[in-house]
Design a protein around this ligand. Structure first.
Ligand code: ADP
Length: 189
């Protein structure tokens, strides 16, 4: 089964995607991790996107669609994917829906903004991500509301969206997500 996990920065979607991958065997595809590794390796792609990522802006749609599309297809053929950080714009969502391996389920992780900011700044102290300063976090949250929120609405109209409240312990959130996946699997039988 193919799952897209969506949520604002700090919602814990990366952590939850890792856990869901361990529980299901579906392949975890994190666009943020892919981009950071391209930047670290100093590839052409990394060089092109480094400024945008560190500023908290989205990288161009065509570039990210080309990066994730083929990997999602391969993962889907192997049993399923978990998209983490993709799609994030209407154009990306339309590309995913039109692809031969669209998501069977989209899970939106919802957390109040006040909680998000605290979590991200705590993480910044540990991971030292360049895009985790207060100003850039505020911009990333705004990008989510303006550009990514409409994607959730699109998936809702397709009957693909399930919302999970993530203002609770990671174990409870993981259980709620796994439950949503199992319900969708049963509904597909
Ligand atoms: P977060 O969800 O905490 O903002 P991610 O690790 O998912 O962090 O993404 C980090 C950055 O990578 C984003 O701010 C953006 O610059 C870039 N990025 C990741 N995924 C996408 C995407 N689907 N489209 C455009 N840019 C992306």
């Amino acid at each position: 089964m193919n799952v897209a996990l969506m949520g604002p920065p700090g919602s814990g979607k990366g952590t939850q995607a890792t856990r869901l991958a361990a529980a299901t065997g579906y392949e975890h595809l994190s666009t943020g991790a892919m981009l950071r590794s391209e930047i670290e390796m100093g590839t052409d792609l990394g060089g092109n996107v480094a400024g945008l990522v560190s500023a908290g802006a989205l990288v161009p749609d065509d570039l990210i669609i080309e990066l994730v599309g083929p990997r999602a297809l391969v993962a889907s053929e192997r049993g399923g994917y978990i998209l983490d950080g993709y799609p994030r714009s209407i154009q990306q969502a339309e590309a995913v829906l039109a692809s031969p391996a669209p998501p069977d389920l989209v899970i939106a992780i919802e957390v109040p903004d006040s909680v998000l900011i605290g979590r991200i700044l705590a993480r910044a102290a540990i991971e030292g991500r360049a895009d985790d300063t207060p100003e850039i976090v505020a911009l990333r949250l705004r990008v989510f509301e303006e550009t990514t929120r409409p994607v959730l609405e699109l998936f809702a109209t397709r009957g693909l969206l399930q919302t999970v409240d993530a203002d609770s312990a990671p174990d409870l959130v993981a259980a709620a997500i796994l439950d949503a996946v199992h319900r969708r699997l049963r509904a597909q039988d």
